[in-house]
Write a protein that binds this ligand. Structure first.
Ligand code: ZN
Length: 266
């Protein structure tokens, strides 16, 4: 079985990074050292089964899970992980159920070996919930409207780790939710939220990319603001993350630029 190595990036917080789009899986170990919370387990069935085996080998039982947002690569699951509830924000859970068929199709288009059977496996948090109902360790839910409906980052408060979902990446430019009424504003507001709580964060874990410290968090917020500010302009944004990007990401970038230029009259 292929297995991505679990790296402890803060006390009791482990991250595995997978070959597909540098996708991360985050494991939050409970205070008792015997249970854990899984955030966005990924990607292939083989990788997730290997993850389950690695957790078992460490004596960890999955007693909770969280999906940061309702895109297919953040809604994966395997029977080997067990039956723990996988929470999502109320808006995120509603959306995951609305777009299950789409997510299944997109997952199979993206790569082979993906188990899509758990795509609708979500438990909605109460609307506006700011804490996760997991008894293992305190985790704060930081919900916003950028990138996808009902997207939330998870702040492991004692470890000061922000599990960001598809925000604050060093390898992907901001990806706007072009179905939203004001995607550019939503994104800018989410970045403001992260800037406001930056002093509570020592480590940032993006859904795709590499783990960073607070200086890196602030650098990524600044880079994302610069990218957003450049979207309506005539010239292409000068963002190193665009160089060598995959075609799908460049297509999303072009669509965002067109949309923002239309919205803002650029
Ligand atoms: Zn993603």
């Amino acid at each position: 079985m292929t297995s991505a190595e679990l790296v402890e990036i803060a006390p009791g917080v482990l991250v595995a990074t997978h070959p597909f789009c540098a996708t991360t899986t985050t494991v939050v170990v409970g205070a008792d050292g015997r249970e854990c919370l899984l955030v966005d387990p990924a990607v292939t069935a083989e990788e997730i089964d290997a993850l389950a085996a690695a957790l078992a080998a460490r004596g960890l039982t999955v007693t909770g899970a969280f999906s940061t947002h309702p895109h297919w690569d953040h809604l994966l699951w395997r029977p080997a992980l067990g039956d723990a509830p996988r929470w999502a924000t109320a808006a995120g859970a509603r959306r995951a159920l609305e777009v299950t068929d789409d997510n299944v199709r997109k997952a199979h288009e993206a790569l082979d070996g993906v188990d899509t059977s758990g795509m609708a496996r979500v438990v909605a948090l109460p609307a506006g919930a700011t804490a996760l109902p997991w008894s293992g360790r305190a985790c704060r839910v930081v919900e916003h409207a950028a990138h996808a409906q009902g997207h939330a980052a998870l702040l492991v408060t004692d470890a000061r780790v922000l599990v960001a979902g598809d925000m604050l990446s060093d390898v992907e430019v901001p990806l706007l939710d072009l179905e939203a009424a004001r995607p550019w504003d939503d994104y800018a507001e989410a970045l403001d939220r992260f800037a406001e709580i930056a002093l509570s964060i020592e480590v940032v874990v993006p859904g795709h990319g590499t783990v960073g410290d607070r200086a890196e968090l602030l650098r990524r917020i600044a880079a994302d603001r610069t990218y957003l500010a450049a979207l309506p302009l005539d010239e292409e944004p000068d963002d190193p993350r665009l160089a060598g990007s995959a075609d799908w990401l460049l297509a999303e970038h072009a669509a965002a630029r067109q949309r923002v230029r239309a919205d803002l009259g650029g």
